[in-house]
Design a protein. Structure first.
Length: 284
């Protein structure tokens, strides 16, 4: 595992401490946080310039990767996986060709965090391939619009019956897209429905949107879902609140972000103080 992993300190405030070297201007850091009660296996599409691929992340753990500043790709979570020591195995949701290290996108249904880095970056959380885990994207230290994207609601609890994917035990483990289930041109926005004038929200995409208002629910759902930001690092949190605060420490400073746009840089010594304090609190 190339990632550095740390246990988090509980509560609303997620402190992510990264002791990486000095990041170059041509890279961005991606901090992946598992706030879920279960282990997840994040997957990252390979492509030029992303230092990561697929790995296990236990509840409360964090992994940090660097991407080149022109990286395009997706990050998603796999659930219920079983891998052997060679990294071969399967997952209940989101699996990528039976491999721990993803070289192809995960299979639906899966919630997807999409990134197109550039100037500015474009990012969104998409439910077009269904939903398996809540994902929130928080930009840090960015300039210009930079707001949080994603969904902290849980569509597994609100999934229309006919879209629900259930485990053998009967629990809803994911919510499939109407396109995947019914495969009609209207639900899939293809054929005569392939253009913005004809591809509209459907009753199913509206049901998704009501639980996840800042997520992409159908092919042309850009205005309310796709966010832009310049020069940011990103925190991709699974099962976290959209209005929570997340922080990341690198280049000797602590950067924090949240839906209120709160941003700050705190000197390194304070971070060490916070960490020491958190450790003290944790041992109690
Ligand atoms: C990936 O990260 C590891 C550890 O942080 C580092 O040693 C390695 O050089 C990185 N690889 C790339 C391609 O950035
Ligand atoms: C299991 O993993 C090994 C090493 O990564 C690989 O060579 C092999 O093809 C894999 N087996 C299966 C069945 O995928
Ligand atoms: C994952 O697979 C890619 C492509 O085969 C490879 O470059 C990368 O080193 C692998 N990562 C790990 C952690 O095995
Ligand atoms: C920021 O958002 C506003 C309103 O949505 C938009 O008009 C403007 O072009 C955006 N700025 C950038 C740099 O994306
Ligand atoms: C959506 O519309 C279809 C066709 O009109 C209907 O069969 C289905 O029950 C509706 N589903 C929901 C969740 O409203
Ligand atoms: C965050 O949102 C949750 C509901 O999603 C709410 O219960 C909580 O009070 C909010 N916290 C803050 C700090 O606004």
């Amino acid at each position: 595992m190339t990632a550095q992993q740390f246990r988090l300190f509980g509560g609303m405030f997620i402190l992510v401490v990264i002791a990486t070297g000095v990041a170059s201007q041509n890279t961005r850091s991606f901090t992946i946080v598992n706030n879920c009660k279960e282990t997840i296996w994040p997957g990252i599409t390979h492509g030029d310039g992303f230092n990561g691929s697929g790995f296990a992340l236990k509840p409360g753990q964090t992994a940090v990767y660097t991407a080149s500043s022109n990286w395009n790709g997706r990050i998603w979570g796999r659930t219920g996986c079983n891998f052997d020591k060679d990294g071969n195995g399967t997952c209940q949701t989101g699996g990528c060709s039976k491999s721990l290290n993803c070289t192809v996108p995960g299979s639906p249904p899966a919630t997807i965090a999409d990134f197109t880095l550039g100037s500015p970056d474009y990012y969104d959380v998409s439910l077009v391939d269904g939903f398996n885990l809540p994902i929130v994207i928080t930009p840090l230290k960015g300039k210009e619009n930079c707001s949080n994207a994603g969904c902290d609601g849980d569509l597994r609890k609100n999934c229309p019956q006919e879209l629900a994917l259930k485990s053998s035990g009967g629990d809803v483990i994911a919510c499939r897209s109407a396109c995947e289930v019914f495969s009609t041109d209207e639900y899939c926005c293809r054929g005569t429905y392939a253009i913005p004038e004809t591809c509209h929200a459907t009753n199913y995409s509206r049901a998704f949107k009501s639980v996840c208002p800042v997520a992409y629910s159908y092919a042309y759902d850009d205005p309310t879902s796709v966010k832009t930001c310049s020069g940011a690092d990103y925190v991709v949190s699974f099962c976290a609140s959209r209005n929570g605060t997340v922080c990341s420490f690198h280049d000797s400073s602590l950067a924090c972000g949240g839906s209120t746009g709160f941003r700050t840089a705190i000197p390194g010594w304070l971070v060490i103080l916070i960490i020491s304090l958190s450790l003290v609190l944790r041992t109690k």
